[in-house]
Design a protein around this ligand. Structure first.
Ligand code: SF4
Length: 403
């Protein structure tokens, strides 16, 4: 078993539901402080139980995400952070996610007192029309004020933007100032930016608006141009694209997410969180936490769903994660964990993608897709999967493929 050094805490509460969201999140419950106190106590308790069971730590990274962690009332938020500081003292990186409408001086004070190092702010856009379409509870002015507030706290600052956003048919094709938005956030102190394409999820209000013709999809060519302009603007400021959707000044990459992409073990506590524990034999153990906050307490261990992920599936997952980043796959680590060299496992795929593959940024013996290859990652992975399904691990029967 590879001991986890990354801890994720899920706070599944949001002030309101965004129009595109199908993540697990619940509206901030009405009710007194007790509701929140119970949730915080149960989450800390569960994090402690998981830490002990898997002999986790010392933690190198902690990530408090959601939902919207800052949607917790001040006292419960501070209690959660104090509890985490005791469980995971002095991590190299400790991130808290926040949304502009719920970031306040009191929240920042609690973060600084507990030892949080990094704040990730969900800005999504600086265009009020687009923010309304997304159903976000903030406008551009509030987002900029939150950036200024966060920046003055001294925390390392990351911000999220969204691209490929739909628009009303009557203004279809109107320019979106994605590059100017990214630059503005960098000017305000962001050293890390995520630019995600909107993924349209069925059953959301946004999907319904597109289906009814009330909104139109963004023309693809415009979207590409705007993303390229944003990338160029960020590159001029020293940002590097280190993952499909993530840009950072060198040294400001998100350590916690790199732990996922490197396929390290991690623990997750809080309703809906997931833990994955890797083994040297190549299999993984996946634990999905119970989702109902009201029953997320002492009974959490019985309610959590545990599943063993077989070796070949874990190996494909390792490829999916590692080839998202320019750091790429650690070839020695892969061979140690899965008992065979990548070149033995995927000779055909590696040969046909040779022109787009090269050493990763992490040094050592590593392999990564180049800048162009990163945009073709899905095709590369489809080739990997096809070959894995045809051949399995060298010297093994196809039965090895089955769970
Ligand atoms: S803030 Fe995030 S988690 Fe909450 S509803 Fe919006 S997109 Fe979903």
């Amino acid at each position: 078993m590879i001991a986890p050094a990354a801890l994720y805490i899920h706070v599944p509460l949001c002030r309101s539901k965004c129009a595109y969201c199908d993540f697990f999140s619940l509206p901030v419950p009405a009710g007194g402080d007790e509701t929140y106190d119970r949730l915080v106590a149960a989450t800390l308790d569960r994090a402690g139980v998981l830490t002990e069971r898997f002999e986790a730590g010392p933690y190198r990274s902690v990530f408090v995400g959601g939902g919207t962690p800052t949607a917790l009332p001040d006292a419960a938020f501070a209690r959660l952070l104090r509890g985490l500081a005791a469980l995971a003292p002095d991590p190299e990186e400790w991130t808290v996610e926040a949304n502009p409408e719920s970031l306040s001086p009191a929240k920042l004070e609690a973060m600084l007192a507990a030892g949080v190092t990094r704040l990730s702010l969900g800005v999504q856009s600086l265009d009020d029309g687009l923010l309304r379409i997304l159903g976000r509870p903030h406008d551009a002015e509030l987002a900029l004020k939150a950036m200024e507030l966060a920046s003055s706290s001294g925390l390392e600052l990351s911000a999220d933007l969204m691209a490929s956003l739909p628009e009303p048919p009557e203004t279809r094709g109107r320019p979106r100032e994605l590059a100017a938005e990214a630059e503005r956030l960098a000017e305000l102190g962001a050293v890390h930016l995520s630019i995600y394409d909107l993924v349209l999820e069925g059953g959301t209000p946004l999907a319904a608006s597109l289906a009814s013709g009330r909104l139109s999809p963004r023309p693809e060519e415009l979207d590409c141009e705007e993303r390229e302009a944003a990338e160029a603007a960020l590159a001029a400021r020293g940002f590097r694209r280190y993952e499909i959707s993530n840009y950072a000044l060198p040294g400001s990459e998100c350590l916690h997410n790199l732990a996922y992409w490197r396929m390290d073990s991690y623990l997750g506590a809080g309703p809906g969180a997931v833990s994955t524990i890797r083994t040297e034999g190549g299999c993984s153990l996946r634990i999905e936490e119970w989702r109902e906050p009201g029953r997320y307490g002492r009974e959490a261990a019985e309610l959590a769903r545990e599943e063993r992920v077989p070796r070949l599936e874990s190996a494909f997952e390792a490829l999916m994660m590692a080839f998202r980043t320019r750091f790429g796959l650690d070839l020695d680590g892969f061979a140690r964990r899965f008992g065979c060299e990548l070149a033995e496992l995927l000779p055909e795929t590696l040969a046909s993608w040779e022109g787009r593959l090269g050493p990763g940024w992490g040094g050592g013996r590593s392999l990564a897709l180049d800048e162009v290859g990163l945009d073709l990652q899905n095709r590369f992975l489809a080739d990997c999967l096809g070959e894995l399904e045809r051949t399995g691990f060298p010297g093994r029967s196809r039965a090895d493929i089955a769970p």
